[in-house]
Design a protein around this ligand. Sequence first.
Ligand code: NAD
Ligand code: IPM
Ligand code: MN
Length: 359
Amino acid sequence: MNYKIALIRGDGIGPEVVGEAVNVLEAVGRKFGHSFTYEEVLLGGCATDAVGKSYPDGTAEKCKACDAVLLGAVGGPKWGSDKPAEQRPETALLAIRKDLGLYANLRPAALRPAMADACPLKKETAEKGIDLMMVRELTGGIYFGQREKYETPDRGMEAADRMAYSEMEIERIGRRAFELARLRRKKVSSVDKANVLETSRLWRSVMHRLAEEYPDVAYEDMLVDNCAMQLVRDPGQFDVVVTENMFGDILSDEASMVTGSIGLLPSASIGDTAPGLYEPIHGSAPDIAGQDKANPIATILSVAMMLRYSFHLAEEADAVERAVDAVLDQGWRTADIAEPGVTAIGTKEMGRLICQQLA
Ligand code: NAD
Ligand code: IPM
Ligand code: MN
């Protein structure tokens, strides 16, 4: 079978980590007899440099013509917040998510057995195990509300970002969370700030209605500040965590570090119809770009999610995850996960070892 994948390599370490993920896809193809063809799609700062816009016309259409999208990362100081919106890479990322209707962002944070030492928490906490799925709402909330900046008569400049959620938006992400929990340890923690925000109170009421529809799934509400603390105190308590866009952005970076490094955490962004988009949760890491230092595992594990969710190739996805675990078990480490005294390997070598293990 042939699968067509849109490749958005992006900026900074994006092209480096996507390069290794493509090598892994090719290794999967050879082993299991699939072929993958690639459509290069320009998006982000590199697109601004090439055509003057970070989200060139026709980008969404190109992606929709593919079976899935693989994205590295976009952004960097060269295209900073002083630039007009259409030139900023982050604007393009939000636009592609919205245009493809990718409202559910799944970010699985699991402490891989070989990585127990990389967990910065107490030894007893790591030994209990960490395996949670962050379900982040991705096309609503403050990320997509109206933005304003205006002069006031007496307080100088003022800026405002509107945060809105409809019942429909909350219900569809909530349903995803409950359905996922059914396939896991059957617990949903819904994270909000209902003691302050009206959007959170609506969020909570919709989640409560859904919880009644899923009596087999344990349900709890948790305030976001408490959740940030609980993730460090006892992350093993979480199974599925469902939350709005910005809380999910922040909490998933926190969850990634608890499991060793931001360089390990993959994600899948899915909607109801359009192709899924797979990307590491990390950014373009300008501080290490072009130095063969980036950890490609988050992107390689994003490819495993693509195989599983978009192509329904569970055996192939398992094989990729097992290859990653085996290489980590053998003690190979990129700089972000290397203990003091351990010699780190580079992006390319990590990719090569995972491909070799797969073969
Ligand atoms: P970042 O995630 O790029 O980097 C944060 C830190 O983590 C840096 O020290 C970096 O070196 C390290 N890091 C990240 N990925 C790594 C990897 N694979 N291996 C080893 N170390 C890794 O976050 P930032 O520095 O706040 O943002 C940089 C740029 O990336 C910004 O322009 C931001 O908007 C953008 N960004 C893009 C995405 C995306 O495209 N999905 C996600 C987050 C941030
Ligand atoms: C992420 C990133 C993006 C987000 C930025 C770059 C717009 O941080 O994918 O986590 O906040 O969604
Ligand atoms: Mn983020």
